[in-house]
Ligand binder design. Sequence first.
Ligand code: ZN
Length: 466
Amino acid sequence: MHARFPIISTFAKAARALPAAALAIAVGVAAPGSALAQANLPVVRDAEIEALIRDYARPILKVSGLSKSGIDIILVNDTRFNAFVAGRRMFINTGALLQSDSPNEIIGVIAHEAGHIAGGHQERLREQLARAQTMAVVTGLLGIGAVVAGAAANSSELAQAGGGLAAGGGELARRGLLGYQRTEETTADRSAITYLEATGQSAKGMLKTFQRFQNALALSGARVDPYQVSHPMPRDRIANLEQLATNSPYYDHADSPTLQQRHDMMRAKIAVYTQGQSAAARLFRKDPQGLPAQYGDAMATYMFGNPRSALGKADALIKAQPKNPYFHELRGDILMKANRPAEAVDAYTTAVRLDPVKSGILPISLGQALLAVGDPASLKQAVAEIKKGLQRDRENSSGYRYLAQAYGQLGEIPEAELATAEGHFYRGAYQDAKIFATRAQLRFKRGAPGWVRAQDIINYKIQKKK
Ligand SMILES: [Zn+2]
């Protein structure tokens, strides 16, 4: 097998990248912790942030008639401000989340993007993006066409999957991926105002974001965010938007304190994972005793400090909010790092139980901890938990990697090979997927469910761009 960039390439639900030489039966313990920890990866998976952004998006998608589209949320690990929807995927940069002081600012951006979709703007390009692999879209968005070329050189499948997008990556990047016309901006603004009003929310955040960009553009020489490039912000547009926003009866309607706290905890997490140890403390210096600052401190200690001290801080958070699943998840991450997998199993079990939105990520973390415990009963339970996670999050390619490890340690070789095939399949490495599916099929009984699934993978036709 050839070397690969540590870039994620699945369909809707991107997951952590796998190393090139991922073996069918890799023995050993997987690294614990949030995908955010792997700051070099372009896409991050995090149960807490995904749940929050879905809560932001849900009412807007409903009133804009898009809820049935089954929009998935992809978090892009990029410090610049950007957000857009392509097909059934909504891409949001962690930089946009970090830069927004309130939930309302992000909700406003989501409302504006929903306005573009409902208006049918850039439909042809959107269709192209919908067909393209997540990796190709993300790469275009990051403006690193060279990486696309590199990946394509290593994998003809990826190049095919990326289609024209890979070839046009540089051009897309120059245009800020999705460049809108001024008339489209006006339409999207009006739709956004309608959606916000229909959900009883203020357009103040959206206005604030666009005003900020207008000012940033005026101060030329400052860095330009992709969002700013794709959404033209002339003065008259902002003036119109201001009038519409202030006319709403909900203009002064603030986000609920609970939602604001979740938003701040998310920002604390992103700050620590992307900007280092003291970033959350800087962000919340006005309220150093508040829960977001404490959360940031606990995560910084987990990442950069002593596990025992981190554990004490996680326990203090759990004492403050015993039902917060993500505090228990952090506790599990710390215990995994401290090589105490049996206790991590307990912490993740609690996180899974408390998670109201039933993320697939948490059972997969629990499965990893069980895998690390490693006795036959735990391995069997690991298989069950990881499968549960994958049922919720079918395209989580790292989940298949841990599933393959658990099966491998149990000596269930065809299942391990099939799981490896699935992992390759969902990250778009179809050739590798077919190799492992073929190996699995030789060991399965003809017609057995595993045999049939392997056949599906072997028969899968890579969709080429017309
Ligand atoms: Zn726009």
